[in-house]
Design a protein around this ligand. Structure first.
Ligand code: SF4
Length: 398
């Protein structure tokens, strides 16, 4: 049997695919998609666009062999075989491993230079637009701290130089574990073995003083990704978000105070039901006033089964206006990124070498920016560089 695994969506899905690959490696050949006869599609359901893209891919692959669909995309279907089609839906990755007749392991393969560790699952927040808690559950399930430490130790023996902590809502880490653990404990457990630790997306209200301390002392890399979603408190309330515009701004400013020039990332939704011109302007002003190094803009898309699905029926923002607002914020964030990259000119830092291309190597800096290194090196190694900006990209010289 030749199996390929295709992954869509967030880092959690990527981590779970890695776990599956690691679990099935001994019993089946994991190969290029072109020679596979079984296709695992680990799908994402976060937007309606993601859904339709994955639907097309599943249909196409099912003409070439058996397709096993899993991830959030399959979660709301449970376990289901589609009669007359070559498609099986399996709601959890454990069930996929079961289908292959192997135990599902909390271990990963080492196929990337900056691997992830999934430290928790589930989200109790239930933001009004988000389908994820409905698919993954509202109960927090944290990976025990000893298990995280063991995994970090395994990575260290493979000379991994950077680990990224990921999860569905990592700020809730440890709250249900005995011993009152929190996210900063997971960071510490990893840092005992790995010299560079990065966090995935973290709600601004959940960046604790210990986390700011870890940023300041270099236990965490100088990078913080905090989802904004909106700069307007009225919209944040309708979204049932855990923070306010003031909390968001304070966390961003505290990160700057702790690190100087952190890589600062955000996500923002435009065209949430009822978003007025002045509410949109508040998002614009928030982004404009902070030194973001990157950001992702999502035009609102209503997911069935969430409260915002009804809100969209009652107070929709027109598709045209969503598009215009998305364009405005994307341009603003591009400008911010460019300003940030230029501000790093002459800075000494380190980067992880990731892939050979363009006569050199591309990699990622401490501040989570892509850098071109004109030279050779071992993939996955961390090297010291001085940054410069050539008008388009960041260049690292040794
Ligand atoms: S915090 Fe909100 S956006 Fe993030 S996973 Fe939970 S419900 Fe979704």
């Amino acid at each position: 049997m030749k199996v390929s695994v295709r992954t869509f969506g967030c880092k959690v899905n990527r981590f779970e695919s890695e776990q599956l690959i690691s679990s099935i490696r001994d019993v089946v050949t994991v190969s290029d998609e072109s020679d596979a006869d079984v296709f695992v599609v680990n799908g994402c359901s976060v937007t309606a666009t993601a859904d339709s893209q994955i639907r097309n891919i599943i249909r196409r692959l099912s003409k070439r062999g058996r397709v096993i669909v899993t991830g959030c995309y399959a979660r709301n279907r449970g376990t289901e075989r589609v009669e007359g089609e070559n498609i099986i839906y399996l709601d959890f990755m454990e069930n996929v491993a079961d289908w292959f007749g192997v135990p599902f392991r909390y271990a990963v393969s080492f196929s990337t230079s900056r691997p992830f560790i999934k430290i928790q699952d589930g989200c109790p927040q239930f933001c009004s637009y988000c389908i994820i808690p409905h698919l993954r559950g509202g109960k927090v399930k944290s990976v025990p701290i000893e298990q995280i430490e063991q995994l970090a130790e395994q990575f260290a023996t493979q000379k991994v130089n950077e680990l990224v902590l990921t999860g569905i809502h990592i700020g809730t880490y440890g709250r249900e574990l005995q011993g009152n653990f929190e996210l900063a404990d997971a960071v510490e457990a990893v840092y005992k073995h790995i010299p560079a630790v990065r966090m995935g997306s973290l709600e601004s209200a959940e960046v604790s003083d210990r986390i700011f301390g870890q940023l300041r002392s270099g236990v965490l890399l100088p990078h913080l990704h905090i989802p904004l979603q909106s700069g307007s408190n009225a919209v944040l309330k309708r979204m049932n978000r855990p923070d306010t515009a003031e909390i968001f701004r304070n966390s961003a400013l505290k990160a700057i105070e702790s690190v100087g020039k952190p890589g600062l990332g955000c996500d923002v939704i435009v065209g949430f039901p009822g978003e007025s011109d002045s509410e949109f302007q508040e998002s614009y002003d928030m982004i404009s006033s902070l030194p973001f190094s990157y950001g992702h803009v999502f035009p609102f898309s209503a997911r069935k089964g969430t409260p915002a699905f009804q809100m969209e029926k009652d107070e929709p923002v027109s598709p045209q206006l969503k598009k215009e607002r998305a364009k405005i914020l994307r341009e603003l964030l591009e400008q911010k990124k460019d300003d940030f990259m230029r501000s790093l000119d002459g800075i000494q830092t380190t980067m992880i070498l990731e892939k050979e291309a363009d006569g050199g190597m591309w990699g990622t800096t401490e501040r989570y920016l892509s850098v071109f290194f004109q030279g050779e090196g071992k993939q996955g190694s961390r090297i010291p560089v001085t940054l410069s900006h050539d008008g388009k990209s960041l260049i690292g010289t040794g």
